[in-house]
Ligand binder design. Sequence first.
Ligand SMILES: Cc1cc2nc3c(=O)[nH]c(=O)nc-3n(C[C@H](O)[C@H](O)[C@H](O)COP(=O)(O)OP(=O)(O)OC[C@H]3O[C@@H](n4cnc5c(N)ncnc54)[C@H](O)[C@@H]3O)c2cc1C
Ligand code: SF4
Length: 578
Amino acid sequence: MNTPLLGSFGAASSGKHMLGALQHIDLPMRRFKELEEVDYIIVGVGSAGGVLLQRLARAGFNVVGLEAGPFWDTERDWVSDEAGSHELYWEEARVTGGTDPLALGANNCGRGVGGGSVHWAAFTPRLHPSDFEVYTRDGVGTDWPITYEDIRPYYEQLELEMPVAGPAYYPWGHPHGYPYGPHPMGGVGDALIRGCSALDIPVSIGGPVAILSGSHGDRPHCIYRGFCIQGCKVGAKASTLITHVPDALRSGAEIRDHSMAGRVSLGKDGRVNGVHYFDKDGKGHFQRAKSVILCGYAIETPRLLLNSACPGFEHGLANSSDTVGRYLMAQAGTVVLGRFDQLVRMYKAPPAHALTEEFYETDQKNDFARGFAIQTVGPLPLAFGKQMVAAKKAWGWGLRREMMDYNHWASFGLLGEILPWPENRVTLAEEKDRFGLPIAHVSFNLHENDQRLIKAATGKTTEVMRAAGATEVVHEARYAHLVGAARMGSDPRTSVVDKFGRSHDIPNLFICDGSIMPTQGSANPGLTIQALAARTADYLITQGDRVFTSNDRDMTTQAIRRDLAPPETWGKGVPRIT
Ligand SMILES: Cc1cc2nc3c(=O)[nH]c(=O)nc-3n(C[C@H](O)[C@H](O)[C@H](O)COP(=O)(O)OP(=O)(O)OC[C@H]3O[C@@H](n4cnc5c(N)ncnc54)[C@H](O)[C@@H]3O)c2cc1C
Ligand code: SF4
């Protein structure tokens, strides 16, 4: 039986209505020749790369996506099982250091078509308007080169394209409603509501989360089995693999999976002209292109730029500012676990289904700037076991006893804004990967504001857990969601790309992933990353062929192209707002 992308999925045709979005593609994928100069190479077909690929292909450009990981066949490759889903993560070697080293691996980026959107929990809050002017308002971090109003149309578009389920009125930041109605509550959500209500803290119920609360196009609604960060074999959770990639392929894009980009090539004219990459067997290739867009995530994008050092850019491509790799951010992601006398059954819902952003903004009464959110987290048994080892030092029979008690525990995650610091950075390590490429060294240090914020956020989350009725409360300190390390800004001396993601140094090199975020707020970053990708796509489409030929930097605002959304956007289901 062939992979459905390359040939027919013959045996299953009679049950086609049962198959996922990918299996509905009945066209062979277009193949470009390496010597053929394509319009765009996109390095990394993840959250941002998937959206860009779809938009640019739909607008008529010749686009190739190079993806280091596999092209998942959701029907065959995925299982609803914790241990069976480890291949979804980028587990290649990295070196971690600094005073507060980050755990790297399963808690960071994805690997394979869809990238991190395959294993995300799919919480999709927007950033707040204040996030775009953190320095002006609070004197910390930096301002973005764009405002909330610049990204707002793209939030609205992506919320429809995923689509997002949530309440009709979401009160924080810029108040808004969601296209699909909220999900019913699981046991952890019930606990969060109880705790918040007892303390008079407003809480959002049933979203915002990019999980279907009603069927949509050929995708079924959620069946509440809780395997969301294992990929969601059902197809109810949005990932670019099922929301944008099918339309990209139908529109003529090519995705080369198992293709690891090792170096971006710079021509004598100061413009990039293609990408060197390795295939599954370690064989080197070179694909020519008129323009290159890096979408490899907050660690791999700076690593690729540093590995692409060349005459004129001895310290890394597009790095005249010495900011490539710097200002890396992770959100504080401490998990607070509470034991209840009654059954909670954490697994019986998507982990992401309720949250409060009541503590998101700077509060003058605090001894720190910025804030945090509190969200539901529903670890499955293996993750819960690891948390019990970390939080209670449980081991042996003690760990077994905790594990047998799993159904009585609830867990909340805080999401706290750690500020951007120049010494939190990605550099190259001495060690090399299997392709001979230097691997990333990631250095991370908490500063005083970060430490104060984490302490206060852990205290408040514990208070909510106790108010919910927990008889025992423990926590595991951890981090979530890496962004930054190739940030956007107006000043070429202090940032890597401009407000459209174009490198300040090289006119036909773009970056479009979480690495360009100058600050991160306390919102999960995935929606913002995909919205920025749709915005960059509109800019590139508005610019047309000028990107390929001109060194002039046209900063004219892009036209907003709503007609480029995937057709499934207007599928069935129970849309509430059109
Ligand atoms: C367990 C977990 C849960 C999460 N839950 C949420 C959530 O609920 N909400 C939310 O908003 N965010 C969540 N996130 C974060 C979210 O997944 C990421 O922020 C987001 O996917 C990052 O998007 P990106 O486009 O920057 O990179 P990715 O989506 O990671 O895409 C990068 C892609 O580039 C490929 N790549 C990298 N280097 C190369 C190279 N050299 N050559 C070729 N290909 C390359 C990778 O294989 C990958 O597919 C979660 C993350 C984790 C780990
Ligand atoms: S709980 Fe819903 S979204 Fe999560 S894996 Fe199951 S069907 Fe998918």
